[in-house]
Design a binder for this molecule. Structure first.
Ligand code: DGL
Length: 282
């Protein structure tokens, strides 16, 4: 398939860590990066609310861009919503789920941590992965309430103190006389955006497992390699359901990612709601 349209979806900017690997694998593709920043962070949403929200956003974005493939670059959504999306739409969906299998295969100490949002650590899907692939490991599921927001702040050009990041990752590091954690799964796509800080602030060195390269390989399995070898499209689009937090620094970063066109497009469903809630004009 030449110049396929690929839609990459996340609650915010975390999905860029997946997008950049997919874009490297298929530089000829026409990319739409869709962020639902109006409702970010997803990690705090009740499951039924999250399912309804993701379905509503993708209903509109898929109708607008008609992608040949959709990447759900969000663990919090993928661990819940994929069956609903596959039942509703006909194009292939590639999800992002906690990389517990490769982490368990790589760990020598057999002590592994899964750093995720509170939503992802609560999912049956996540617990099932632990049972299936890491039964002989001591696995800590660590739900961070703040780390994804810290990544958003930094991407927008803001600052986050080392102490704040260190406090979020501290529960991942467990040791006793015999062994200590040697592998941490980055089970939220925002976290690889902080990788240099995580490495620097870790109490001891560990392997950080980022699922993005595996996601890109899966995309290639489904749509194949670039058949015309490197023919580049005009540049992708980043579309936000809110966009209030878009700064010049962030726009420059998005352009650097190959997403020079930034669009603020509230969902029609949200606009209809706010019109109903607005006081009648006199
Ligand atoms: N980037 C998302 C994930 O992979 C979620 C962050 C959030 O919205 O809470 O889980």
């Amino acid at each position: 398939m030449t110049h396929p349209a690929i839609l990459v979806f996340d609650s915010g900017l975390g999905g860029l860590t997946v997008y950049r690997e997919v874009a490297r694998a298929r530089p000829d593709a026409r990319f739409v990066y869709a962020a639902d920043d109006a409702v970010f962070p997803y990690g705090r949403l009740a499951p039924d609310v999250l399912v309804a929200r993701v379905m509503a956003v993708l209903e509109e974005r898929i109708a607008a861009y008609a992608p040949e493939l959709v990447v759900i670059a969000c663990h919090t959504a993928s661990t819940l919503v994929l069956p609903h999306l596959r039942a509703r739409f006909t194009m292939p969906f590639v999800g992002t789920v906690p990389a517990i299998k490769p982490a368990a295969a790589a760990s020598r100490s057999r002590r592994v941590s899964v750093l995720a949002t509170p939503g992802t650590v609560a999912r049956d899907y996540t617990h099932e992965l632990v049972r299936a692939y890491a039964g002989d490991c001591d696995v800590a599921l660590v739900g961070s309430t703040r780390l994804a927001s810290y990544a958003e702040t930094i991407m927008a050009g803001g600052a986050v103190a080392d102490t704040a990041i260190a406090a979020e990752i501290a529960p991942c590091f467990r040791e006793d006389a015999e062994r200590r954690t040697d592998t941490v799964v980055l089970a939220c796509t925002h976290y690889p955006l902080l990788l240099d800080r995580l490495e620097r602030l870790a109490p001891w060195p560990v392997s950080w497992i980022d699922p993005a390269p595996a996601i890109a390989r899966r995309v290639l399995q489904l749509i194949g390699d670039d058949p015309v070898d490197g023919a580049a499209p005009g540049g992708g689009t980043a579309i936000f359901t809110d966009g209030a937090a878009i700064t010049p620094a962030l726009e420059a970063t998005l352009a650097g990612y190959g997403l020079p066109l930034v669009v603020r497009a509230p969902l029609r469903a949200d606009e209809a709601l706010s019109q109903r809630a607005a006081p009648a004009s006199v």
